[in-house]
Design a protein around this ligand. Structure first.
Ligand code: HGY
Ligand code: MN
Ligand code: MN
Length: 419
């Protein structure tokens, strides 16, 4: 891919105020009292945010599409409309106690770039499409990032339709409602394949802020496994049942989690082990728990290490289950992603052309780009966030950093769209 010269006018037309206003407008959907957002996948708030994007696009004459999993595409045509588009985007859904920038920044920075292309009269050979991927977070429906993984042909739509959320709402019903409510034409899955994909995102870590740099050229995304552990014991009376004859599912869960914490802790603190959800049934103070379901989020940059860690999780769970039975299900496996050198070069050239301090860096967080990278040359642009805090309502970023990332995005997209 021979990236052509930059387009100074496009990046110069990125407006810091306009982008900040758009971010704040969309942050209103699912806004929480503590200044964050609760805009979970396919919720009314998530759909309202998508409709905001559809109105934004219609006001500017851009065409919008959805696909059968609710991914939303905003298209700006190029001079050669049949060419594969350059895509950019991220996700509008959030964690239950999420921040205003995780995901939304990548979608709305893409829209700001479309505005800047129009303002500067920049034509591109290839169409440019901005995407809001469905359910990147995976907090309401598991697994996460299934919008982009279905688009990339990694997962099948049918495999997720019968998933239910904690209130029992089935994905197929919520998806049908959101598609109808968003009300834009459905583009058949697989009908458009991207030439390349760039995602702008807050770093969700402290490195850029600590180094006083505005731009991260992302080199890789660590591998991820999401496991479900279900332990089955026997419900019994808390007062009359002797400890030695109990099959206490929570006691076994505690023993397993404690052993896993130990097994996964490493000197250089590279392995990431998180139990984010634990459901105890029947959940009555005076009944010995008969069933426990907890989740494991396990990550490591090295594929072989991650695979062996998953094997050891299974062993430890069986060893520490005591009198209870245990099943471990692997419901998300994403190998480590290594981004293409030519895309990183294009991003680096843009940051240099704009005189912005930048560094190469890996991503600890997962992103839709990990699935797009299996489909086309992909890359990511990071900007700092306050204290590296994310998946937290206090998440924050400065208007200047948000605009700097959007300028690098504008410049990079033009390079790719004219290559
Ligand atoms: O879990 C992740 O890494 C992403 O933020 N959803
Ligand atoms: Mn994200
Ligand atoms: Mn996130």
């Amino acid at each position: 891919m021979n990236a052509l010269a930059a387009s100074p006018s496009a990046s110069a037309s990125v407006s810091e105020d306009r982008l900040w206003q758009l971010l704040m407008d969309v942050a209103a959907y699912g806004a929480t009292a503590k200044g964050g957002v609760n805009r979970q996948a396919l919720s009314a708030e998530d759909t309202a945010a998508k409709k905001h994007v559809v109105r934004w696009a219609a006001e500017r004459g851009f065409t919008t599409f959805q696909d059968d999993i609710g991914n939303l595409f905003v298209r700006r045509d190029g001079t050669e409309p049949t060419l594969a588009p350059v895509m950019t985007g991220s996700h509008l859904d959030s964690q239950p106690t999420g921040g205003r920038f995780d995901g939304a920044y990548g979608v709305l920075a893409g829209l700001e770039v479309l505005d800047a292309l129009n303002d500067s009269g920049t034509q591109t050979r290839r169409p440019v499409e901005v995407v809001a991927w469905t359910n990147e977070e995976g907090s309401r429906y598991s697994p996460g990032a299934f919008g982009s993984s279905i688009f990339a042909g990694i997962a099948e739509l049918a495999s997720v339709l019968d998933t239910t959320d904690s209130a029992g709402a089935m994905l197929r019903d919520e998806l049908a409602k959101s598609l109808a409510e968003t009300g834009v034409p459905i583009r058949p899955q697989g009908s458009v394949r991207p030439h390349s994909y760039i995602e702008a995102h807050i770093e969700q870590g402290p490195v850029l802020e600590d180094k006083g740099l505005q731009i991260g050229v992302v080199t890789s995304i660590q591998g991820i496994h999401h496991l479900d552990v279900v332990i089955v014991g026997e419900e019994a009376h808390a007062g009359t049942t002797p400890r030695r004859s109990r099959k206490d599912a929570l006691s076994s869960a505690v023993a397993i989690i404690a052993a896993l914490e130990l097994m996964t802790s490493d000197e250089d603190d590279v392995t990431r082990f998180t139990v984010g959800r634990c459901e105890v049934q029947p959940g009555s103070p005076n009944t010995v728990p008969g069933r426990v379901h907890f989740t494991i989020d396990l990550r490591h940059p090295d594929r072989a290490v991650l695979t062996s860690l998953v094997d050891r999780v299974r062993l430890v769970a069986t060893e520490k289950a005591g009198p209870c039975s245990v099943t471990v299900t692997d419901n998300l496996t994403v190998d480590p992603t290594i981004f293409k050198a030519e895309v990183m070069t294009a991003i680096r050239q843009s940051a240099q052309a704009l005189g912005l301090g930048h560094m190469d860096m890996p991503s600890g967080a997962g992103h839709d780009a990990m699935h797009l990278a299996t489909l086309c040359p992909a890359g990511m642009i990071f900007i700092p966030c306050l204290g590296g805090v994310s998946h937290n309502e206090a998440e924050s970023a400065t208007p200047a950093d948000l605009a700097a990332g959007a300028r690098v995005l504008a410049d990079t997209l033009v390079r790719l769209a004219n290559s």
